[in-house]
Design a protein around this ligand. Structure first.
Ligand code: CDP
Length: 215
């Protein structure tokens, strides 16, 4: 039987990760945070002593990406920092980096791990490029100021120097780069449902997302 695929896209800190995880738990589907793959590529480039704009270092890191690395606690913590997010959006603009990790994402959707009956992938181009035939597509958004506040609250515990203004500037720079790149830019698929979570609690957003997925 063909497995179900749910695509969840949207800009930084829109709430798509939380919603995608909740939906995966609800349906007992496998979940893939595709942003973590780009973050991991960026972190590996930086840890090699290269800059994220170094195309050949980024392509090599993408071609050698080991998914198991994402579960190591220290690596996983470093993935979430604002610096890694920004670096991720730089490596993610490189077409060869995207090509190197495309198949692994599609494979996850088509053959989810642990015998799950479906998969939920979240990212920027899931509904448009990775899984254009997904059974349900959501595009999650929220006002930039609201997204910055959410992300600042998430990160300030680990980085006391971080200011809300810095987070907002990072998010806006990242959104512009993600939406403006030539290859697989962040874009709402024509058949995706738009959900603005600016004025919704997590519970309300989850209920709205579930209603859209169940159609
Ligand atoms: O969690 P947050 O929304 O802040 O970001 P993320 O989903 O972890 O993604 C980090 C970066 O990876 C994004 O800013 C994009 O540049 C890139 N990305 C992408 O290009 N395509 C995807 N499918 C997922 C992430």
């Amino acid at each position: 039987m063909r497995r179900k695929i749910i695509a969840v896209d949207g800009p930084a800190a829109s709430g798509k990760g939380t919603l995608a995880r909740r939906l995966a738990a609800h349906f007992d589907y496998a979940y893939l945070d595709t942003g973590a793959l780009y973050r991991a590529v960026a972190l590996n480039v930086i840890r090699k002593g290269c800059v994220p704009g170094d195309t050949s270092a980024a392509v090599e890191a993408a071609q050698n990406l080991d998914m198991a690395q994402l579960d190591a606690p220290e690596f996983a913590r470093s993935l979430r920092t604002a610096q890694t997010g920004l670096a991720a959006s730089i490596v993610a603009a490189e077409p060869e980096v995207r090509a190197a990790i495309l198949q692994a994402q599609r494979q996850f959707g088509e053959t989810p791990p642990d015998g799950k009956q479906g998969a939920i992938l979240d990212g920027r181009d899931i509904g448009t490029t990775v899984c254009p035939n997904a059974d349900a597509k959501l595009f999650i958004t929220a006002r930039a100021q609201v997204r910055a506040e959410r992300r600042w609250k998430e990160l300030v515990g680990e980085d006391k120097e971080l200011t809300l203004a810095n987070v907002l500037a990072d998010i806006e720079a990242r959104d512009a780069r993600d939406a403006g790149r030539a290859t697989a830019p962040m874009k709402q698929a024509e058949d995706a449902h738009l959900l603005d979570t600016s004025d919704l609690s997590i519970e309300e957003a989850f209920a709205a997302a579930l209603a859209l997925v169940n159609g």
